[in-house]
Structure formats: structure tokens, C-alpha cells
Design a protein around this ligand. Structure first.
Ligand code: AMP
Ligand code: GLY
Length: 438
């Protein structure tokens, strides 16, 4: 592959970075990267209402799916490394276009991004590589799906094949619910993302997210994190992008993490390589810890949001060089990534109406926070011409805090949220209940 032949002997200078995206994840990436020694400036495109509050960070008005605009911006700002946050530009081949223009990019090619953009493709890869995951069937019509259901006579998990912004999955409890989900999907509920469906056996157990930073051949794992997908306390209500998280999740100790690396992540990277895909970015494994061991629920081709916001404050000053080395295929030349041994807690503040119809345009009141162990990452926010910040998306802000234990870390995160107000603000008060005593 052309990529492997371009492997450098030493890491080139790294001063100017560009983070692509506008969410809390990208705000946290920019915040962590601009703390790394030698980094002079981080641009975020398009960024959000909080970008300009980060030291040495600036927003750029270029769309995340505009490769020409991004290439031009990279040339004008002498960008040494681009980090692509969301899945949509990756699936659309933005990383490929930047690489063709000889720009170093952390983020997989469109082919590699199929780990997330096609559940059927990801399942086939897992099956070939012997990676533990739920049994599945791919169907291309309602008749085919319903016929299968008739034979199996048990409820199944119904998943749209393509990108459906986290809303394409129904965990059906009954045959009737399974049938309705199959019919809805083929009636166009997910647009073209639902033209094919993956039907899966239901697994049971706690879920945990593991992130591997990959250079195509080698990988570094981050501490496991646990997300909270449901909108309401007690894990009730509709699925969301994620309402809060914590790390490191004690569900997986060091031995468990190593087992996941050997059983899941190394074989996945190898299977990608066997297909000629040099995957240079994050593999996000969403795992269920079943009685038979860890099983893959899904792969994503990017950092989780809000897991990323939770993890970034734990990352050492080597982070920028590690991402650069992944982008260049030479992780063995990067300094070892150090990780702070503290507990990180994260709570998302969402807009009224989230996730279905979030209300926009509410004024956000923010008091400054002197606590250096606490970070407020903007997500769906916008700065108006008069300088005031208003809500502009579903998940508005992410409050993160670190402390010696999870009780203190969550107490601090919730205290941080008291410094923030906007009309209709909603957040879960029970994030981290799995690891809290109070
Ligand atoms: P996904 O978008 O694939 O992560 O699925 C969303 C959520 O649906 C997951 O976080 C799980 O809680 C649930 N889920 C997905 N697949 C399964 C499965 N095979 N068994 C049980 N729950 C599942
Ligand atoms: N927090 C889950 C995700 O980013 O998909």
C-alpha cells in the first residue's frame, strides 16, 4: 500500500492542528491537544460557541464534509495534522481526500469507516475474523425479514444497516415488536440507511466502550468508559447519543482489557489489513460483557461522545504525538501515552425536547469556574454576533470532573453544572450510579 511506504523514520514537527467537527467530542479533543508541548495553535472547523474560549484555539468556517475547503485551510494555516471527529465525513471519504493531498490525518478511510457505516459489512468482517459477536442475519426486504422471524419464533434486535445517528436500533421484547420494527424500517423510517437490515440475537450484560488508537498495524488502548444511552434516570426513556459517562470503568480491569485487545481489537485490525485497509484512527468497540465473555455490539470509526470528553482530561502530554504517529503509520516511534490515574465523571446537559425535537436559541448563562479539575465542554452551542452564547443543538454542554474517587468526581461535576443555566436544561442526576455510593 502507498500508505505504508510513506512511513517516516522520525516524527515530523507538530505545531498546527486542525480538528474537524462541532460537538463536545471535538471541543474536548481540541482542549486536550492544545495542552501538548510544542502545539502552537489548534483550529476547529466548524467548531461551536465555546471554541474561541479555549486558549490557542480558533474556529474556521469550513464544513466538515467539504474536502476542498479543508485542504485549502490546511495549506493556509500550515496544518501538520488533521483529526476528524465525527463519522459522517469519515464515511464520505474526507480522510482519503486529505491523504491524497499529502496531509497527515487521524481518521480511517471510507473503506475502513464501513466498520460503522455498514453494520452488515462489520458483521461479515467479525464473522470472518472469528470475533465474538451476536449471531445475525442480513435481510434486504420485509418479506425476507418476516419469513426469518416466522422460522426463528423469538424476538430479535433490529438494526438499520447504514448510519442512522444512533437511532437505527430496536431491541425488541416480543415477536410483534420485532415484526413492527422490520416493517417500519422497510417502510422508510431510516431513509436509505434502512434499505438493508441486520437482525441479531439479543445479548445480555453490562455495556462498556473501549477505544483503540490505531496506526494500521499497532494500537494503544485507552481506559474503558461506560456511557448512559437512555434519556431518563434509571436507564429509562428513549435512546440518545449519550447522557453521561465515566472512566475508567471498573467493569473491565487490566486483564479484561487485555483480553478485549487480544480477542477483539487485534483480530479486527488484522482483518482490515487483510483487506488492504490500513486503518489509521480510532476503533471504538461497543461491548457487552456477557456470561460467555465480551461480545461486540457495534464498532464505530471514531471516539464516542461523551466518552471522549470523559477520557481527554486523563490523557498525558504525548497525546498529540500519538495521534500523529497513528496518522503516519509509525506508532512505535511515538512516546508512550501516559494516562492520569484518577476517576473522571461526565454529565451531559441537553436541550428541552432532546432527542426528538431539541429547542434552539435559548440563552446560556455561564459563570466562570476556578476549579482546574473540572471542564465544561461546549457541544450544541452558538455564539451570536453580540457575543452571547445560545443553544444550537440537542446535547448542549458536557460537564466533566476528575477526583480521587467517583463519589467526589460526580459531586464535582454536578456542582459544576450549577454554574450553568438555560431554559429547558435537562440532565440525568444518576450518571455513574454503577460506581457511586452517594
Ligand atoms: P448500537 O447502535 O448497535 O450500539 O445499538 C444501540 C443499543 O442497542 C446498544 O447500546 C445496546 O444497548 C442495544 N443493543 C444493540 N445490539 C444488541 C444486542 N445484540 N443485544 C442486546 N442489546 C443490543
Ligand atoms: N456515546 C455513544 C456514541 O458516541 O456512539
Amino acid at each position: 500500500m502507498a500508505h505504508s511506504s510513506s512511513r517516516p523514520q522520525t516524527l515530523p514537527p507538530l505545531r498546527h492542528l486542525l480538528v474537524v467537527g462541532c460537538g463536545g467530542r471535538e471541543q474536548a479533543l481540541a482542549w486536550a491537544l492544545r495542552r501538548c508541548p510544542g502545539i502552537e495553535a489548534v483550529w476547529v472547523t466548524p467548531g461551536n460557541g465555546g471554541t474561541q474560549d479555549l486558549d490557542n484555539c480558533k474556529s474556521l468556517a469550513v464544513g466538515e464534509q467539504d474536502p476542498e475547503g479543508l485542504i485549502k485551510a490546511c495549506r493556509e494555516q500550515a496544518i501538520d495534522l488533521v483529526v476528524i471527529g465525527p463519522e459522517a465525513p469519515l464515511a464520505a471519504g474526507v480522510a482519503d481526500r486529505l491523504r491524497d493531498a499529502k496531509i497527515a490525518v487521524f481518521g480511517p478511510s471510507a473503506e475502513g469507516a464501513q466498520l460503522e457505516s455498514s453494520k452488515a459489512w462489520a458483521k461479515a468482517l467479525m464473522r470472518e475474523a472469528g470475533i465474538p459477536t451476536a449471531g445475525h442475519w442480513t435481510v434486504a426486504s420485509a418479506i425476507e425479514g418476516l419469513e426469518l422471524l416466522k422460522q426463528l419464533q423469538r424476538p430479535l434486535v433490529v438494526k438499520a444497516d447504514g448510519l442512522a445517528a444512533g437511532k437505527g436500533v430496536t431491541v425488541a421484547e416480543t415477536l410483534e415488536e420485532t415484526e413492527a420494527a422490520i416493517r417500519d424500517a422497510f417502510a422508510g423510517r431510516f431513509g436509505c440507511a434502512g434499505e438493508r437490515l441486520v437482525l441479531e440475537e439479543r445479548l445480555r450484560g453490562p455495556e462498556v466502550s473501549v477505544f483503540a488508537l490505531c496506526d494500521g498495524e499497532r494500537m494503544v488502548l485507552l481506559p474503558p468508559a461506560q456511557d448512559h444511552k437512555r434519556l431518563l434516570e434509571g436507564d429509562r426513556g428513549p435512546n440518545t447519543g449519550g447522557m453521561g459517562a465515566y472512566a475508567p470503568a471498573p467493569l473491565l480491569d487490566q486483564a479484561g482489557l487485555e483480553q478485549v485487545q487480544q480477542l477483539v481489537l487485534e483480530p479486527t485490525l488484522q482483518a482490515l489489513r487483510d483487506q488492504g485497509i490500513h486503518y489509521r484512527g480510532v476503533i471504538y468497540a461497543g461491548l457487552m460483557l456477557t456470561q460467555e465473555g465480551p461480545q461486540v455490539i457495534e464498532f464505530n470509526c471514531r471516539f464516542g461522545d461523551p466518552e471522549c470528553q470523559t477520557l481527554m482530561p486523563l490523557m498525558g502530554p504525548e497525546l498529540a504525538n500519538v495521534l500523529q504517529a497513528c496518522a503516519l503509520g509509525c506508532l512505535d516511534q511515538a512516546p508512550e501515552l501516559s494516562v492520569a490515574q484518577t476517576c473522571s465523571a461526565c454529565v451531559v446537559a441537553a436541550a428541552e425536547g432532546y432527542p426528538e425535537t431539541p429547542r434552539k436559541g435559548d440563552l446560556i448563562q455561564l459563570k466562570s469556574d476556578p476549579d482546574s479539575q473540572r471542564q465544561l465542554f461546549h457541544a450544541g452551542t452558538r455564539r451570536q454576533d453580540d457575543g452571547q452564547v445560545v443553544t444550537a443543538g440537542g446535547r448542549v454542554l458536557t460537564q466533566v470532573a476528575q477526583a480521587a474517587d467517583f463519589d467526589q468526581a460526580f459531586a464535582s461535576a454536578y456542582a459544576g453544572l450549577e454554574l450553568v443555566r438555560f431554559n429547558g436544561m435537562q440532565f440525568r442526576r444518576d450518571i455513574g450510579y454503577q460506581v457511586r455510593r452517594s
